[in-house]
Design a protein around this ligand. Structure first.
Ligand SMILES: NC(=O)c1ccc[n+]([C@@H]2O[C@H](COP(=O)([O-])OP(=O)(O)OC[C@H]3O[C@@H](n4cnc5c(N)ncnc54)[C@H](O)[C@@H]3O)[C@@H](O)[C@H]2O)c1
Length: 424
């Protein structure tokens, strides 16, 4: 089978879907489909509010068109699904977007078509949850009339170095021939090559453990930080010393937010539980990481009390609201845990983040970020996110924000050790 005759539609034009559609759209016709008309209009106007793709790059994708009309999908014979895979309030996988996208594709699915899923899922989700929807809606039979593929995404929002084309990509297909075809298709855009997995389940499992491993490694370092803080030992100094060994992994403590690392492990643990295995280590790591916001505030409050700062009614500035540095992504940010916990102490909180959309912060979290912090106003400052703008302020700029005797808490090791009062 040749890739020449493949007409791609990308379903879901978010952080993952858009960069992918753009890369394919530089080379071949691509239909970019999203149910969000506002997003489609923004892209038609040459703008990407996620800042993953510049206006220049959008122009380079000369063969990419955008639509919110599902009927336009009729022209496609390969559908790449990049819709969200969140968890619900009970931390269980919410496959609704994936099922809805599969229903949309099912309506347009034809003989010989291929549906490739990229969304992060648990092993089995493609063949056990999505394919039956495609079969039901289309009336076609899997691996006879249509085929499936899975190719997880590894991009890292805000990272201008590791981009779609220079991150090795895992590919898989529902038959050996389809696996070859899917692999060949991705090799058209991935300059560093692909890893063809032996099955769709292997590829699904590989993605979910990448993020689970990262989550657990950070949980271990968070636990070590708690131990060292109790002992008055500087964690960063310990990590630097241990990091002088060739095989010590360079993880740092911190909040684990975003919609990947703090979410994906629950997909795996959910699946494990449905087959009668109750994961211990993975969930212990999750619990620890989810408790970091409350821990940070307890540390700040202790430091304030030691300096005889009256905690109730104190003013604290939280610097950074996004889930990570140098990107506007607010989804599942755990900085919100810090803000809420400070509120429990009746501390007055200002949030400052030059990256975020004020409307989104208000809509998602009911927070109104301030325009610019004023010097000498705060009893405490928490450096929660390592944005370049905060690094550029340096120690004098950040210290100038606190009143004399105020506490600077550096979660991100932005400042030299002696310039902050506490660090994680
Ligand atoms: N953002 C990342 O860093 C990253 C990295 C690797 C993997 N992933 C995974 O990729 C998937 C997508 O994540 P994302 O960050 O791009 O999400 P996103 O929220 O940025 O984008 C998803 C897009 O899909 C659209 N959408 C939702 N339901 C749809 C439907 N039924 N039909 C068509 N469009 C629909 C939304 O409007 C949105 O524009 C998730 O499974 C995520 O876990 C994300």
């Amino acid at each position: 089978m040749q890739t020449d005759n493949l007409n791609i539609a990308v379903i879901g034009l978010g952080y993952v879907g858009l960069p992918l559609a753009v890369e394919f759209g530089k080379k071949r016709p691509v239909i970019g489909f999203d149910i969000n008309q506002k997003r489609v209009t923004e892209l038609q106007n040459g703008q990407d509010h996620t800042l993953e793709v510049s206006s220049e790059e959008l122009k380079q994708a000369a063969h990419l068109s955008y639509t919110a009309n599902a009927e336009d999908l009729n022209a496609a014979n390969v559908y790449i699904v990049t819709v969200p895979t969140p968890i619900d309030e009970h931390k269980r996988p919410d496959l609704t977007p994936l099922i809805k996208a599969s229903e949309t594709i099912g309506k347009t699915l034809k003989q010989g078509d291929i549906v490739i899923y990229e969304s992060t899922v648990y092993p089995g989700a493609t063949e056990e949850d999505c394919v039956p929807v495609l079969e039901r809606v289309s009336g076609l039979m899997f691996n006879r009339d249509f085929y499936a593929g899975y190719s997880p995404e590894r991009i890292n929002p805000g990272d201008k170095e590791h981009r779609v084309t220079n991150i090795k990509k895992v590919t898989a297909g529902s038959t050996p021939e389809i696996a070859d075809l899917v692999d060949a298709l991705y090799n058209e855009i991935i300059i560093v090559g692909t890893h063809k997995a032996s099955s769709i389940k292997v590829a699904e499992a590989a993605k979910v453990i990448e993020n689970t491993q990262r989550d657990l490694n950070i949980a271990l370092i968070n636990e070590l930080a708690m131990i060292f803080n109790k002992m008055g030992i500087d964690t960063e100094a310990v990590l630097q010393a241990a990091g002088s060994k060739w095989n010590f992994l360079p993880f740092r403590p911190g909040l684990v937010g975003g919609h990947c690392i703090g979410v994906d492990p629950y997909y795996l643990t959910h699946k494990a539980q449905t087959i009668g295995y109750h994961p211990e280590i993975i969930l212990a790591g999750r619990r620890l990481n989810d408790g970091m916001g409350a821990y940070v505030v307890s540390q700040l409050v202790k430091a304030m009390l030691k300096k005889r700062i009256h905690v109730e009614g104190a003013r604290v500035l939280v610097m950074g609201l996004t889930f990570k540095e140098n990107c506007p992504d607010l989804r599942n940010t755990r900085v919100i845990d810090i803000v809420k916990e400070l509120g429990e102490y009746n501390i007055e909180v200002d949030v400052y983040d030059p990256w975020v959309s004020k409307a989104e912060a208000q809509h998602e979290y009911g927070i109104d970020p301030i325009e610019q912090p004023k010097p000498g106003q705060y009893d405490g400052v928490i450096l929660a996110v390592g944005h370049d703008q905060f690094k550029a302020l340096g120690a004098p700029g950040i210290r100038s924000l606190v009143k004399s005797g105020g506490v600077v808490y550096d979660l991100k090791y932005i400042l030299p050790a002696q310039e902050s009062d506490i660090r994680l």
